[in-house]
Design a binder for this molecule. Structure first.
Ligand code: C2E
Ligand code: CA
Ligand code: CA
Length: 579
C-alpha cells in the first residue's frame, strides 16, 4: 500500500546489477577459456593414452589447470559478492525504511509522502485521472494525551492508523504528517467523486469508533479536508501567485484549509476544498498577525463591568473584560480574539499584560472594591501560572484578597488534580477563586464540594431570560439554594432588566452584574461612576498587602534559619535532604 522512494531504489538496483555483471563476466570468460583449452588438450590426451602420439603441450596443461582454479575461485568469489550485495541491499532498505517512515505507525513520513504524492499526481495526469488528497486531523487528541499520558495517546494513534488503512483501497498512499495529523492520497476517476465521499465518510466513522473502543475518556473524532489535483491553486501565503508551487504542496495546503473549515463547522466531518475557504483562511491569518502585533503595541485594554450587592444595590467590585482596540478591525470582542490567541500560544502574554494594567487601575479605586479577572483553560495548564500571578501582584503592590480569578466550568474537564493544585496555590496566596459560567458544563455536586471555590457564578444564559422562562427560573433558584447549602456565595450575571432583578432578590443574598447596572467601560470612564457610588464593605477584602508581605518575609526567615542550621550541623543537613 505504501509506495516509498521508488526512484532511489531504482538507482541502487542499477549499481548492484553492474557489480554482478562484472563478476559473472569474469567467470563466463574463464569457462570459455576452459572449454577452448579443454578442446585443445582433450584429443592430445586421448592420442597419448592410445600410444599414438605425444602428450598434450605442457603450456596448455598449465593453462588448463589455472583455468580450473580461476573458475573455482571466481565462482566462490561471485557467490560471496552476491551475499555481500544482498546484505548491503537489506541494510540500505532498512535505512531507507527508517528515513522514510514514521516509527509509530509505519506510514510514510511527511518528506517521503510529499515526494510520493508528486509521483502519483504526475502518473495520474498521464492516465487522465485525478488524485485526491485528504488531510485527517484528530479532534481533542491533546486531551487524551494530557489526561491519560503519552502511552495511551500512542496506542490510540496506532489504532487510528489501523482503521485508516482498513478504509483505503489498494495503491493509496498513507502518511502520518505529524502529531495527530494523517494524510492519504489516492487516484480516482473524476466522474466517480461519490466513491471518494464514501471513503471519507468511512474514515470519519472508523476513527470515531476506534477512539470510543480505546475508552480514552475524550471525544476523539476526525476532521477531514479533501482536495483534488485538477483544481489549480496558488496558495494562501502567496496570494500574489508570484511563485509556482509543487502539485503536492498545493494539494496539501488546499486539504489543510478544508480540514480547518471542517473543524470550524463543528468537527467530526469532512469537507472538500472550495476557493472561498482560502479567503476565510487569509482573514484568519490577518487576525493572527493583528493579535501578535496588537499585544506588542498595547492595543488590548481592560474594560470593567460593575458587580453589585443585589439587595442593597451597593457596588462591591468590577469584572475585567478584555477588549481589542484594533486600528484595522475597530473594537473587537473577546469571543473573537481569545480563542485565536489561545490557539497561537499568545494568550498568556495577552492576559498577563491585561492583568498588570487592571491591577494598576484597581489601585486607584476604593480599597474595598474587588477585581475579578477571567483565566483561560490554557493558562490553567501552565504549572508556573500561580507564580506569575504572585509576581504581578507584588510588582503592583496589590492586595491578593482583592483579586478574584474566574475559571470556567469547562476547565474542570481537564486534569482535575492539576486544577486542584492550582486552586490551592492561588488560595494559599490569598487570592479568591470563582467558578464561572456555572450550569453550562458538567461539574457534579461532588466536584463542586471537593474543589475549594470561593464563589459560583450562574451563567447569563439562565439569568437573562429568567422572567419569561420557567426552566431558567427553576435552574437559577436551584443554584441559589445549592450555594446556600454548600455555603458558597453566588453571583448572577447578565441581569438586563428590573424584572429579572426582582426575581433574583427573592433568592437570598446574592451578588449580580449585567447591563442593568451599566455596560463594561474603560478605566477612564469609571472615574465618572466611582465618586458618589455607595460601596459595601466586605470584611474579607481589607487591605491585606501587609499580611502577604509578612508571610513572604516569614518564609524567607525560615529558609535562612534552616540554611544556617544546615551549614553548622552536617547531620541536620543530611536529614533535611532525606539521606
Ligand atoms: P464572561 O466571563 O461570562 O463575561 C460576561 C460576558 O457577558 C461579557 O461579554 C459581558 O460583556 C457580557 N454581559 C454582561 N452583562 C450582560 C447582560 O446583561 N446581557 C448580555 N447579553 N451580556 C452581558 P464579553 O466582554 O464579550 O466577554 C465574553 C467572554 O470572554 C467572557 O465571558 C469571558 O469568558 C471571556 N473573556 C473576557 N475577557 C477575558 C480575558 O481577559 N481573559 C480570558 N481568558 N477570557 C476573557
Ligand atoms: Ca467571567
Ligand atoms: Ca460567565
Amino acid at each position: 500500500m505504501i509506495k516509498a522512494g521508488a526512484e532511489q531504489s531504482r538507482t541502487f538496483e542499477d549499481t548492484d546489477r553492474q557489480v554482478d555483471i562484472v563478476a559473472l563476466g569474469i567467470v563466463t570468460a574463464a569457462i570459455l577459456l576452459f572449454v577452448a583449452t579443454g578442446a585443445a588438450i582433450g584429443p592430445a590426451v586421448v592420442r597419448s593414452l592410445a600410444g599414438q602420439g605425444p602428450g598434450p603441450d605442457r603450456f596448455l596443461v598449465n593453462a588448463f589447470v589455472l583455468n580450473i582454479a580461476i573458475i573455482i575461485f571466481g565462482w566462490s568469489r561471485y557467490r560471496e559478492l552476491c551475499a555481500e550485495i544482498r546484505q548491503r541491499k537489506a541494510a540500505e532498505q532498512h535505512a531507507r525504511h527508517l528515513a522514510e517512515t514514521d516509527p509509530l505507525t509505519g506510514f510514510l513520513n511527511r518528506r517521503s509522502y510529499h515526494r510520493a504524492v508528486e509521483d502519483m499526481v504526475r502518473q495520474a495526469a498521464m492516465r487522465d485521472r485525478t488524485v485526491v488528497l485528504a488531510m485527517i486531523d484528530l479532534d481533542n487528541f491533546k486531551q487524551v494525551n494530557d489526561r491519560n499520558g503519552h502511552d495511551t495517546g500512542d496506542r490510540l494513534l496506532q489504532e487510528c492508523a489501523r482503521r485508516i488503512s482498513g478504509c483505503l483501497p489498494h495503491g493509496a498512499l498513507i502518511s502520518r504528517i505529524g502529531g495527530d495529523e494523517f494524510s492519504v492520497a489516492l487516484e480516482f476517476d473524476r466522474d466517480r467523486v461519490e466513491r471518494v465521499d464514501r471513503i471519507a465518510a468511512s474514515l470519519v466513522e472508523a476513527i470515531g469508533q476506534s477512539a470510543a473502543q480505546n475508552s480514552a475518556g475524550a471525544d476523539v473524532t476526525a476532521s477531514i479536508g479533501l482536495a483534488r489535483s485538477d483544481i489549480a491553486f496558488s496558495g494562501v501565503a502567496r496570494s500574489d501567485g508570484a511563485t509556482e508551487r509543487s502539485d503536492a504542496g498545493a494539494l496539501l495546503e488546499m486539504a489543510d484549509i478544508a480540514m480547518y473549515h471542517a473543524k470550524r463547522q463543528g468537527r467530526n466531518s469532512f469537507y472538500w476544498f472550495e476557493t472561498p475557504m482560502a479567503d476565510e483562511m487569509r482573514s484568519r491569518n490577518d487576525l493572527e498577525r493583528g493579535i501578535r502585533q496588537g499585544i506588542a503595541m498595547g492595543e488590548f485594554v481592560p474594560f470593567y463591568e460593575r458587580q453589585v450587592d443585589l439587595q442593597t444595590g451597593e457596588l462591591t467590585g468590577f469584572e475585567m473584560l478584555a477588549r481589542w482596540n484594533s486600528p484595522r478591525f475597530g473594537v473587537v470582542a473577546p469571543d473573537i480574539f481569545i480563542p485565536v490567541a489561545e490557539e497561537i500560544g499568545a494568550i498568556a502574554e495577552l492576559s498577563e499584560g491585561l492583568i498588570a494594567r487592571a491591577l494598576q487601575d484597581a489601585l486607584e479605586w476604593d480599597a474595598r472594591l474587588t477585581l475579578s479577572v477571567n483565566i483561560s483553560p490554557v493558562q490553567m495548564r501552565d504549572p508556573w501560572f500561580a507564580q506569575k500571578l504572585l509576581k504581578l501582584l507584588l510588582e503592583a503592590a496589590f492586595p491578593p484578597h482583592r483579586l478574584e480569578i474566574e475559571i470556567t466550568e469547562s476547565c474542570l474537564h481537564q486534569n482535575i488534580a492539576q486544577v486542584r493544585s492550582l486552586i490551592d496555590s492561588l488560595k494559599n496566596q490569598g487570592i479568591k477563586v470563582c467558578l464561572d459560567d456555572f450550569g453550562t458544563g458538567f461539574s457534579s455536586l461532588a466536584m463542586l464540594r471537593s474543589l475549594p471555590f470561593d464563589r459560583i457564578k450562574i451563567d447569563r444564559s439562565f439569568v437573562s431570560n429568567l422572567a419569561g422562562n420557567k426552566d431558567s427560573a427553576a435552574i437559577v433558584h436551584a443554584i441559589a439554594l445549592l450555594g446556600q447549602g454548600l455555603d458558597l456565595p453566588v453571583t448572577a450575571e447578565g441581569i438586563e432588566n428590573a424584572e429579572v432583578l426582582s426575581h433574583l432578590r427573592q433568592y437570598g443574598p446574592i451578588k449580580g452584574q449585567g447591563y442593568l447596572y451599566g455596560r463594561p467601560r474603560p478605566a477612564e470612564q469609571l472615574a465618572e461612576w466611582l465618586p458618589g457610588v455607595v460601596i459595601v464593605a466586605d470584611p474579607e477584602t481589607v487591605n491585606d498587602l501587609a499580611i502577604l508581605r509578612r508571610r513572604i518575609e516569614a518564609r524567607r526567615h525560615e529558609e535562612q534559619a534552616l540554611a544556617a542550621q544546615a551549614s553548622q550541623d552536617p547531620q541536620f543537613r543530611l536529614a533535611r535532604e532525606g539521606i
